[in-house]
Ligand binder design. Structure first.
Ligand code: IVH
Length: 655
């Protein structure tokens, strides 16, 4: 056994080292095949001897499954943000101000400002023990399970001290685009930009999903465990195996700083990750301390923000799209052009007011700006570049899909014909989509065909499909009909919240549907609810409450609900089975345990207890395994109760 244990630790160390050589140093020493062989050996040992498994094992990179909840953490050192400057003059005056205050013996660093999500990573005894989001700077969220999956974040380092490292987790533009393409195919909501995608991925409960998101991180600071200055600390962090951006410059003169900021801006387009500026910092820590900080930001650093990217292109056409709620949106079709690393050929024109405000015509040369959204905006028209053959855009008075008269609701025109093919198709697509009933095989194309054939018009028709008729249809093989039938049958198992979301109440997204399902428990209770009782629910505002009451009182919707009830769909929520033996108690596990930490933590949560991430007076029990270190010491100092695994198991049994 000792031999296996030694081999296990040797493999963990070896694979973590090769990971660093591959991802950080770009200098692999072994082939992918050799890596795979070692990895498989490690995996085998973990399956055969689960007690040996450590949470800094490279197998954690693929994700360790789902956590029940995301806990909050109080940052040891407040995670400061940055004040912005927007032009050279402002930046020069900041630099001059610093030199005036502290003299000429100061140097500055310049580095890209990565547009992602800020994290702090804590290392103890050479192991990554915690990852946290910035949150409000004082309290963030514990996301260790997800940061462990990021290949460029070391799980082990060659420094036994306690280190708190800061960095920006980002999603490369290419990964962002393929993620959104996949989400579009699955009819999931798109991420507005790589920053939101990175932040959203970090907050996933399921680390196996986070592992697929192709995240990366640039390290930009050391909060605990510092040396003398920022530049040499970043150099040291790079040696330890962190990814440090290579566009880091150390400058003595103001002009050098300005040149470095401009040099990064010039490279902006060629980078495969998004940056929104450059960061200028005083290099020496003792000077940083002398300058101090405000509540939010240090006085020794500034972000220099680059302007939002703008490009010129031609508006080739405008088409009007009818959404599943009947809203008609003008979509601009553009001559394809590159902005912020991605090719753009469409933009939204929002509504009739926006077209009028811009005074835009088809054929115009327009300026596009990519701000925070995936869909760029047309911000102006170059009227002086008109040739005379441009044509005005006329907003239709009739629905482009069913020709019924559009109705104006504030700035929007809507089709209010419930039988409009665009609305019918949209409602069916939404119902079958992944976040709703997830009926694989029932995509846009098949829905269109079935609507055309008169076989589908409302979602409950899906459960009355005539499979014999389907089998007789062109290009629909026996196997796909069988798969579709299975997927439809399986969808009947979907929880009430998904059914509720699938019905398509305006302004009820999946999160709201979950809240409603939990609060009201059944469709009957929800249909009985009045405006006041809906508004009493945390997170539901007046407009949402109005939409719910109005929609559920429509006879068309009531017929749909009856039809879906007849099909056997779930219209009441199942109560979660949880115990309460540990209700309200807070636990923390430390040291080597005989079961995985996650198993223990799951049992605490299942019995109503909570896991907190550091030792404080608030902690009720520290459960101590072998070789416990600083946490045990701290608990003893604070007088927190410490128990061993046996004692914990007894507590769990309610003894
Ligand atoms: S330094 C105390 N350096 O920008 C110093 N921040 O707008 C704090 N960011 O919260 C920040 N790249 O998440 C620093 N090279 C960089 C950065 C960077 C991106 C983010 C960071 C910070 C935000 C402030």
């Amino acid at each position: 056994m000792q031999e296996i244990e030694n081999r296990y630790h040797e493999l963990v160390e070896k694979l973590n080292r090769h990971n660093k050589l591959y991802y950080i140093e770009n200098a692999p020493e072994i082939s992918d095949e050799e890596y795979d062989t070692l990895y498989k050996e490690l995996e085998r040992i973990e399956v055969e001897h689960p007690g040996l498994k450590v949470d800094y094992s490279p197998t954690q990179r693929v994700g360790a499954g789902e956590v029940d909840s995301i806990d909050t953490v109080t940052h040891e050192v407040k995670m400061l943000s940055l004040d912005n400057t927007y032009n050279e003059e402002e930046l020069r005056s900041f630099l001059l101000g610093v030199i005036d205050a502290v003299g000429h013996n100061v140097s500055f660093t310049v580095e890209p400002k990565i547009d992602g999500a800020s994290v702090s990573l804590t290392y103890e005894n050479g192991k990554l023990v915690r990852g946290a989001t910035r949150g409000d700077g004082s309290v963030g969220e514990e996301i260790t399970h997800n940061v462990r999956t990021i290949p460029s974040i070391p799980l082990t380092i060659d420094d036994e001290r306690r280190l708190v490292v800061r960095g920006e987790v980002f999603m490369p533009v290419n990964s962002f685009e393929s993620l959104n393409e996949e989400r579009e195919r699955n009819e999931q909501a798109l991420f507005a930009n790589p920053r939101n995608a990175a932040a959203g991925s970090l907050k996933l409960k399921d680390s196996t999903e986070a592992a697929k998101r192709k995240l990366d991180m640039f390290t930009f600071g050391l909060d605990v465990g510092r040396g003398d200055d920022h530049h040499s600390d970043l150099k040291y962090l790079k040696e330890l195996g962190f990814n440090v951006n290579k566009r880091l410059t150390l400058c003595k003169e103001i002009d050098e700083v300005i040149d470095a900021v401009i040099a990064i801006e010039n490279e902006r387009d060629s980078l495969d990750y998004e940056i929104d500026g450059a960061v200028v910092k005083v290099n020496e820590y003792h000077i940083q301390e002398e300058l101090g900080q405000t509540i939010k930001a240090p006085k020794w650093a500034k972000a220099y923000k680059y302007p939002a990217e703008r490009v010129k292109t031609r508006l080739e056409d405008v088409q009007f799209q009818v959404g599943r709620m009947g809203t008609v949106t003008p979509v601009a079709y553009l001559e394809p052009v590159k902005v912020s690393g991605s090719t753009v050929s469409r933009a939204t024109l929002h509504n009739a007011d926006e077209i009028e405000r811009l005074g835009v015509r088809v054929g115009d040369i327009v300026a596009l700006e990519k701000g925070g959204d995936v869909i760029p905006k047309i911000i102006r028209v170059y009227e002086d570049e008109r040739k005379g053959d441009e044509r005005g855009i006329v907003f239709p008075e009739e629905c482009p899909s069913c020709s019924s008269r559009l109705v104006r609701e504030s700035a929007y025109y809507k089709c209010v014909n419930p039988e409009c093919p665009a609305i019918v198709r949209g409602a069916l697509q939404h119902f079958a989509s992944r976040n709703a009933m997830d009926i694989e095989g029932l995509g846009e194309k098949l829905i269109d065909r079935l609507v055309d054939e008169g076989m589908l018009s409302t979602p409950d028709d899906i459960y009355r499909l005539d499979y014999d008729k389907l089998r007789g249809m062109d290009r629909l093989g026996e196997k796909s009909v069988e798969n579709l039938a299975d997927a439809i049958e399986k969808s009947k198992e979907k929880p009430f919240s998904k059914v509720l979301y699938g019905i398509g109440i305006p302004s009820v997204g999946i999160k709201t549907a979950e809240v409603l399902a939990e609060e009201f428990g059944s469709i009957d209770a929800l249909m009985d609810a009045d405006l006041q009782s809906l508004e009493r629910v945390h997170s539901i505002g007046t407009l949402v409450a109005e939409d719910i009451v109005k929609t559920l009182s429509e006879s068309r919707v009531q017929r749909l609900i009856e039809g879906l009830k007849d099909a056997g769909l779930k219209f009441s929520a199942e109560k979660k089975q949880t115990g309460s033996t540990l209700e309200g108690l807070k636990f923390l596990f430390t040291g080597k345990l005989s079961k995985s930490r996650k198993d223990y933590e799951d049992s605490v949560k299942a019995e109503g207890g909570r896991i907190i991430s550091s030792v404080s007076k608030n902690l009720d029990y520290l459960v101590v395994g072998e070789d416990a270190g600083s946490k045990l010491e701290k608990a003893q100092k604070l007088g927190v109760k410490t128990i061993n695994e046996d004692e914990f198991n007894k507590l769990l049994q309610g003894d």
